[in-house]
Design a protein around this ligand. Sequence first.
Ligand code: DGY
Length: 434
Amino acid sequence: MSISDEARAILNHNWKEAFTIPTSKLYPFQWMWDSGFVALGNRHDNVERSIEEIKSMFTGQWENGMLPHIVFHSENEDSYFPNHDFWNCHVNQGAPVSVKTSGITQPPVYGFVLESLLSSYPNHPKVINLVRECFPKVVHYHQFLYQYRDPNQEGLFFIYHPWESGRDNSPIWDEVMSNIKITKENIPPYIRKDTAISDNNHRPTQDKYDRYVFLLELGKKHQYDGIGIAQESPFLIQDCMMNAILIRSNEALIQIGEAFGIDTEELKSWQALSRSNFESKFWNEDLAHFVSYDLRNEKQMTHKEIGGYIPLFAGLASQSQALSIKSYLQSVHDRGYYLCPSFDVDSPLFDSKRYWRGPVWPQMNWMLYHGLKKYNFDKLAQIVKSDFIELVDKLGFYEYFESKKSHVEKLTTGYGGNNFSWTASTYLDFKSKI
Ligand code: DGY
């Protein structure tokens, strides 16, 4: 079997009638940004599946527009913590009744996912119907972010849980997380399930998990409603990557709206505000890097990390900012790392095997590749693509990968979950001609 055929077999195996799970046991439900990337990979061989995937995701949308990070299509699976009972989303009257969900969101990828499907299939009736059907839903989701998550009306939304960022245990969150004091009284008892399935050394540590549970409970206390959370949460971050992805997705919606004759005035005014505040809030001249902003403590979070390169994907960097990011990434490559490590390789907090503290992540390479192409950095874009392909060819379809080349030489597997959907879908997308 060719490696691309293996990727197809993984996507078939993880397909559960109307949606794809990231991997069995570790993540046995539908995850929001995973599904977006899976839809991109599936479009080449099975666009009908991409369509169903996206429709399934939107069955979890809340009345206020929020798109949850997990849709629990099945309630019997018990290998994941926190399950639907623990989230108890019905504290919010607008949570869907037909399906259980989590109470937080994830990177807003669906605008650009719809655009990508449409650009591959501009005349496919089912794709066109999907885009017409989902367009207002994605706009409603973006409206939720602007309405509930942007208390100062800056056009930049906040997250209140590291899981929302997708980069759960990145060192960028360490300082804020360590200021949360955990006691027996302020979190309920719980049992992790992830470390029984995946290597403990590759997963977030226990002290992080306690804080994930603390922030989940804080959300629940406020009916998962952004406004009360903005007043109370110690973790209140305008994440540079999340906002760059929102802007990229807004841009996609504006293009689609114009092509379909749909009114885009509201989208354009959100977009203008977001774009105008992005650079002043997130660019750090000393680091020559985009960084996130701690809204609770009103300061930039001065770390170099992978989220800081995603503004390229949204065309938010000036030519000189893009050039300095490019030369930094080139130096990381020249020093013996696979692109792209998820955290600053020169920091003492870098850990090349622990989740978001250093490893290479498939979907990040996808966004980075397209970001570098946008600025015509074609050679570096090819490295980002071929590094990922080389890691998969050598180590298999894992959730994430060792970033240090000298370590990879001694390894036979990647890290985290195996037979991972977004790894398979990114592989197929990179190998395709589209
Ligand atoms: C997890 O469970 O580790 C996820 O990243 C959060 O959904």
